[in-house]
Write a new protein. Structure first.
Length: 566
């Protein structure tokens, strides 16, 4: 920080200036900064005090005169203005006795507010009262650095703490959708969820940076803060556009509008780089062109929303409602910068609230779309299961068919299902021939009820009047036999009017080790035919695989007595 010796001038520094007003002018040649600035401060005809324009030149500095009539600066007062990049600043204090003091401000002399988008810099001190300050800014990139200048005391710690808590609560509110997005993505891998997470994260960064809250936790340079602010805005626009394109229901946006939304990515990249790094003769156009570049962005977003709404999209209304305050704020800032309104150039508080509102409402839209897609997926899964059941289930009895069972056989045997039984109705053809196929179908449905599948029993209709049981548990043979013997009574109860009882024969094997389905089925089938040959209405089973290898089966007749077969 540099100080110059006091200079004097015969001009009355306050004559012709509105008390407390801001005036602006382009500076004289750089070589005459010191005394010429002080002389210029006393000539109202050299200044524009209307506030309508804030000139930026690529070759000359801009002067801002802050009238201090009626205000006696305190010892701790600082110059506060919008946080924006510049190359160099000089501040000249002009006393009521025409004395002057001048200091140069470098980036290292700046302090940043933790509650507002402003920067503070020290003021030169005079022994007597100050009538005006003249601030010379070289390389300004935004007119807000002039229009927002004021001399003020540093914020008290209590007021700053309260404002910081409010901002922290606002940022915390914006963090919740991030958590929800990652939870949603674990359930449903939809790309729009990731785009929304990126948009929310960028808006959170934008709010933390432009509110000043970042300065409470980090010591960043002016360039770093400017980069974070500009890049977070660009990322927000890109992510929000892609989020919207992926979010709306299929068929709601024509191809050209989707391409326009995609084109916002290179568009924002170009203008962000231009805003950050254009210099020299391009400097006067930096802010104007950057803000004007948002008009096509808003046009693309609004046009896409209108199209989707006219095509009957439900989701787009969340976007319209959520974006309305933020778009209104953006249009006001653009109009203010271009001199179309007298609204403040900043609108920072309004921006923070608009961003928070947008995050909340679009998060509701994302959740609504998420639930719609989830319901569609669940419906599709349910339909798939229905079709799968139709392919794997016997339509007459509801039991597994052979295809559905064979696909599960290996897994079931690993889960302990070791006993297989093949059951065949005795003289079923006679029922069909004498009573008709409708009665025969009723008999088969009654058999399915008698077999009673449960958590330890799988029942299968192999075809015709042939059924299969696969069971687990030490008492599986006894349970299978009880099911077989219950068949005649169940049929008689379910199908009245039959000429006699319909009985069933069964062949059963209990495995002692892994056995291929075809091998096990063949052995059960052989035992079934043995039971048929022995007089029907009975069971044949192998006591063990060792006995089966030795060819020693046993028969269980209707009476329940076990007899040996020779």
């Amino acid at each position: 920080m540099l100080a110059a010796p006091a200079l004097s001038t015969n001009a009355d520094a306050t004559h012709g200036f509105a008390p407390g007003g801001l005036c602006t002018a382009l500076a004289p040649q750089a070589s005459q900064r010191g005394r010429s600035t002080a002389v210029l401060a006393g000539d109202p005809g050299k200044w524009d005090c209307t506030g309508a324009t804030w000139p930026i030149s690529g070759s000359r500095s801009t002067l801002v005169r802050i009238d201090m009539a009626g205000h006696d600066p305190a010892s701790g007062d600082v110059l506060a203005t919008r946080l924006t990049r510049f190359e160099k600043i000089w501040i000249t204090a002009i006393g009521q006795d025409s004395s002057t003091a001048r200091i140069a401000i470098d980036h290292d002399d700046l302090t940043f507010s933790s509650t507002r988008w402003i920067m503070h810099m020290p003021l030169p001190r005079l022994k007597g009262p100050v009538s005006a300050y003249v601030v010379e800014v070289e390389g300004a990139r935004h007119p807000g650095i002039f229009s927002d200048m004021s001399v003020e005391p540093p914020a008290g710690p209590q007021a700053a703490a309260i404002r910081e808590l409010v901002l922290a609560a606002l940022c915390g509110l914006m963090c919740m959708p991030l958590v929800l997005n990652f939870a949603f993505y674990r359930v449903l891998r939809q790309r729009f969820v990731l785009w929304h997470a990126l948009a929310v994260f960028s808006m959170l960064i934008q709010t933390v940076v432009t509110s000043g809250l970042v300065n409470r936790f980090a010591s960043l340079s002016l360039m770093q803060i400017s980069l974070l602010s500009s890049l977070s805005i660009a990322t927000t626009i890109v992510a929000a556009a892609q989020f919207f394109a992926d979010l709306v229901e299929p068929g709601m946006l024509p191809r050209y509008q989707r391409r326009a939304l995609d084109a916002l990515t290179p568009w924002m990249a170009f203008w962000t780089v231009y805003y950050l790094f254009a210099s020299g003769p391009l400097l006067p156009s930096v802010a104007d062109l950057y803000y004007l570049a948002f008009i096509p962005v808003l046009a693309v977003l609004l046009g896409s929303m209108v199209t989707a709404a006219l095509r009957g999209s439900r989701t787009v209304w969340f976007q319209i409602i959520g974006w309305a305050p933020l778009i209104a704020t953006a249009l006001s800032r653009i109009a203010s910068l271009l001199g179309m309104t007298e609204a403040p150039l900043g609108f920072m508080v309004e921006q923070h609230l608009s961003i928070a509102f947008e995050v909340i409402v679009t998060s509701l839209g994302a959740a609504d779309r998420f639930m719609a897609i989830k319901n569609q997926r669940d419906h599709a899964v349910a339909q798939s299961k229905v079709l799968e059941n139709l392919a794997e289930r016997d339509p007459l009895t509801g039991l597994y068919n052979r295809r559905g069972f064979e696909e599960r056989y290996a897994r079931l045997t690993r889960e302990g299902y070791q006993t297989m039984a093949i059951i065949d109705l005795d003289h079923f053809k006679r029922v069909n021939d004498t009573m008709g196929h409708a009665t025969g179908d009723a008999v088969l449905r009654a058999v399915a009820l008698a077999l009673m599948p449960d958590e330890d029993t799988i029942a299968v209709r192999l075809g015709g009047e042939e059924f299969l049981l696969l069971m687990r548990g030490e008492d599986a043979p006894e349970r299978a036999e009880r099911r077989r013997t219950s068949i005649p009574a169940r049929i008689a109860n379910e199908v009245p009017g039959l000429d006699g009882l319909v009985t069933a024969s069964m062949g059963m094997v209990t495995m002692t080790g892994p056995t291929r389905f075809a091998t096990l089925y063949s052995r059960c089938d052989s035992l079934l035919y043995a039971a048929k040959a022995a007089g029907r209405n009975r069971s044949m089973r192998e006591l063990s695989m060792a006995e089966a290898a030795a060819g020693v089966p046993v028969a269980i007749p209707a009476s329940g007595n076990v007899i040996s077969l020779h």
